[in-house]
Design a protein around this ligand. Sequence first.
Ligand code: IPM
Ligand code: MG
Length: 358
Amino acid sequence: MRASFVLLPGDGIGPEVTAGAHKVLRAVARTYGHDFEFDWRPVGGIAIDEFGDPLPLSTLEACRSADAIILGAVGGPKWDDPDAKTRPEAGLLALRKELDLFANLRPITAHRQLIDASPLRRDLIEGVDILFFRELTGGIYFGDSSLSEDGRVAQSVMEYSVGEIERIVRMAAGAARERRNRLSSVDKANVLEVSRLWRRVAARVMSEEFPDVDYEVVLVDAMAMHLISRPRDFDVVVTGNLFGDILTDEGSMLPGSLGMLPSASLGEEQPGLYEPIHGSAPDIAGQDLANPLATILAAAMALRHSVGLADEAAAVERAVDSVLDSGMRTKDIAAGGKFFGTEAMGDAVAEAVAGSAA
Ligand code: IPM
Ligand code: MG
């Protein structure tokens, strides 16, 4: 199989963790006889420095013609000036919007080897397996926004159309069918008109097209509590852009290892965009301290969702599992004990992939 990847290392620890994913993808290609092409492009702060634009046209065009895009992280204090013309994050938002990547999948799973890294008790966390579908190209992130001339009043509008709600609910409900057949839709329908539309449209899609899927609605503030008090009860969760941004950061703390969590952003067509949930961590950048496993697991999601190589994706996931079983840890998950560097961790997973072909 031939496949082309665009790699967008970005800023901070982005280049180091992306290098880990690259290593593992090359191991997959060698081991399973595929032909993967890699095209490295700038995005985020480094692209602002080089091109004055966090998403240069050449990067966007390379992305459009790839099968899958893997991104490290964007942002850092260097580009944090509130008066700057543009910000690294704008590159990521533009990429999502330009490629119409309306569905952001964020799996929250507690790796059994790392349960004790969770801030929650083991009995609450064991067996947690949630898949968030966060709407990614609409809502308050992309609604009208303005600042009054005197600078004393600002507004950002949360807007959703029927079509935008239908497509994300459909995708989430379809995924629920492949899992434990439960979908929770999260909104703020007791206050917001936009949430009342969300709720009506979601209910109609579910009753007409997914009557077999166990469906519930949850208010976003209550969801913030339930995620901590009974996280095992959730299977697939679908919600809007801002609520999803907040709830998935909360959810990412459940397994106690932000460095382990990948995400995928998908549209109706390819390519998808795959990235770790964590940020650019400028404080540890360039020191071989970052955990590359989230980006490596994101590469596995790319193999599954964009390249059609589900077996190879599973092989990467098993390789990560076996490296964790061997006791190898990066600093963030070492609980103060002995730890290995970013490079060593990437090498270990690549070797485990190579050893996985029977
Ligand atoms: C995320 C991030 C982004 C977002 C930022 C970097 C713009 O927090 O992917 O969750 O808010 O969507
Ligand atoms: Mg976020």
